[in-house]
Design a protein around this ligand. Sequence first.
Ligand SMILES: Nc1ncnc2c1ncn2[C@@H]1O[C@H](COP(=O)(O)OP(=O)(O)OP(=O)(O)O)[C@@H](O)[C@H]1O
Length: 289
Amino acid sequence: MENVIELQGVNKMLGSFQLTDMNLTVKKGFITGFIGGNGVGKSTTIKLMMNLLQPDKGVVKVFGLEYKQHEKEIKQRIGFVFDENVYYEHITLAQLRKLLRPAYHNWDDALFDEYVRKFELPLKKKIKTFSKGMLMKTSLTIALSHHAELIIMDEPTSGLDPVFRRELLDILQEIMADGTKTIFFSTHITSDLDKIADYITFIHNGEHVFTKEAFRIEEDYAIVKGGIELLDRDTEKEFIGIRKSSSGFEALTANKKKIHDVFGDLVVTEKPSIEDLMFYTKKGAETYV
Ligand SMILES: Nc1ncnc2c1ncn2[C@@H]1O[C@H](COP(=O)(O)OP(=O)(O)OP(=O)(O)O)[C@@H](O)[C@H]1O
């Protein structure tokens, strides 16, 4: 399967934060959700993918190309969707359309107008008056209007009302229909992932934990519940993170089968949510580091 983005051994130091030996790939033709707690390096990773930051070590490839030699070509084919308006605040959408038309080989005025109508965006108001949701819609409109093959989004749904969030997720699914596009988006809202993500990439403390097909998470991971007497130094090693209480323990494992071999029917296992993965991974790091 073709990789649209490849990070090979990428390291980046920012103040006291370090992104360490990031190896990750984003598959063509799918939606990948990018998750991790606050401050674990999601935006930094996205900036590296967009060449807004450069790695201290390692290689970033997009469409199999490196920015050093192919920046223009890569940027033509990517749409970056975010809710900040750094470049265009003093102009209107009508003026922006004129400005962007010559900048992209594949610019499509008709599609731009179609999304402006669909998103109910005002053509004649200055962009600086736009709300967060309107900026997100503007950014997505631009990405779609130059037929971007790869759409990268940094927390596109955060701060959006539930109605528009739903609408946005539907649109993302719609644009995937022809099989030529790829979407990579970071989020804190794990229910968004349940709705649309084919793959999940999970990072923690500047390190890549996994990239898995969303349905595989349920196959490999489990929440395990049992009596506290079952835990000792050896059995605790089977878990990523454990929460203990007087009535027993609840823990996350990445190896459901092994748990069954070790504990048999003495424990109960349940399907984990993505929130469980994030919670116990963080808790595990706190407990054992
Ligand atoms: N320019 C910078 N200089 C110093 N530290 C930085 C810089 N940019 C980011 N950091 C730090 O790097 C860490 C990772 O930041 P990043 O924005 O990548 O996290 P994130 O996973 O996107 O977090 P969140 O989900 O909270 O947005 C944070 O601790 C942040 O404070």
